[in-house]
Design a protein around this ligand. Structure first.
Ligand code: NCD
Length: 312
């Protein structure tokens, strides 16, 4: 990276030029994944550890594949949080990993700030793969790459984020990244999942889904973060689908070319109807494909020596 950073912990405060550089590098990385032999020697001899204290399908496999396509050695740590307190487990596990001399650690944790703690105490590069309700920067970067593929530029675009915005690290990272790139963000969801304190972020809060959907260029649907919610704030799934879900009828009131996104895992029939998730406006699988390219770009920019290692 032009401005060399050690870690990527979030998109808050990351400048437009740097986001442009990551997305441009990801576009180059996509070419490698289209080859028959999907591997370049760029990070040969470097070690990337994935350390996940929360479940994950996409993010972990995507980082793992990204590191492998750049020839890094990968090591996967699965940690249960059940037996010891979170602080102790995190630091103890980190010390164990430290003894294995990694170059980068990709960390997911239910506590906001956990990756920041590791970044402060250890010399290796830390990539935040989701910390509680705080941030999930690589997801927002792959979302922005996917939007750019469909829309060209993000400047002046209207992005609607719908559902459990309050507890979504994906929403927060997208809000920071998208507004830096010149897009505007409107959010809608149930009062308990889209509270007025979100107004501290650069977003416009609306309370009906139709209101944000009608002139949006992009509609991003979110999963209800049940693991972060008390029971009291959860309406029934049927009621939620009726008021806040995206079905074909609601979609028909949006622009015909609107881009429909979801970070996954999706709950068909709750926040998104199956025929919308699988329909022509949906780019959900493109998001997954772009995830590998973005994570290759991040690993390359953070670990590679830009001067002597060409990605392609
Ligand atoms: C998201 C996450 O973990 O924050 N998933 C992902 O990384 N693709 C969104 C979610 O779990 O709802």
């Amino acid at each position: 990276m032009k401005k060399k950073r050690k870690d990527l912990l979030g998109l808050r405060g990351v400048e437009r030029e740097e986001i442009e550089e990551i997305l441009a590098t990801a576009e180059q990385m996509r070419e490698i994944s289209r080859r028959k032999v999907k591997k370049v020697p760029t990070l040969r001899g470097r070690t990337v550890v994935t350390l996940f204290f929360e479940n994950s399908t996409r993010t972990r496999t995507s980082f793992d594949l990204a590191a492998k396509r750049l020839s890094a050695d990968t090591l996967s740590f699965s940690v249960s949080t059940s037996s010891t307190t979170k602080g102790e487990t995190l630091m103890d596990t980190a010390r164990t990993i430290f003894a294995m001399s990694p170059d980068a650690v990709v960390v997911r944790h239910s506590c906001a700030g956990a990756p920041h703690l590791l970044a402060r105490h250890f010399p290796w590069t830390v990539l935040n793969a989701g910390d509680g309700i705080n941030e999930h920067p690589s997801q927002a970067l792959l979302d922005m790459l996917t939007m750019r593929d469909r829309l060209g530029s993000l400047e002046g675009r209207k992005v609607a984020i719908v559902g459990d915005v309050q507890h979504s690290r994906v929403a927060r990272s997208n809000i920071f990244g998208l507004t830096t790139m010149g897009a505007s963000v409107r959010v809608a969801g149930p009062g308990t999942m889209c509270r007025s304190d979100l107004a501290a972020l650069p977003v416009e809060i609306r309370h009906t889904v139709d209101d944000v959907v009608k002139d949006a260029d992009v509609i991003m649907m979110l999963r209800i973060q049940r693991e972060r919610l008390g029971r009291a704030v959860l309406p029934s799934a049927r009621e939620y689908a009726a008021f806040y879900g995206l079905d074909l009828e609601r979609l028909s009131r949006a622009r015909p070319d609107v881009v429909v996104m979801h970070p996954g895992p999706i709950n068909r029939g709750v926040e998104i109807a199956a025929d919308v998730a699988d329909g022509p406006n949906s780019v959900i699988l493109d998001q997954v494909t772009n995830g590998i390219a973005v994570r290759m770009a991040l690993l390359f920019l953070l670990l590679g020596n830009a001067e002597d290692a060409s990605p392609t």
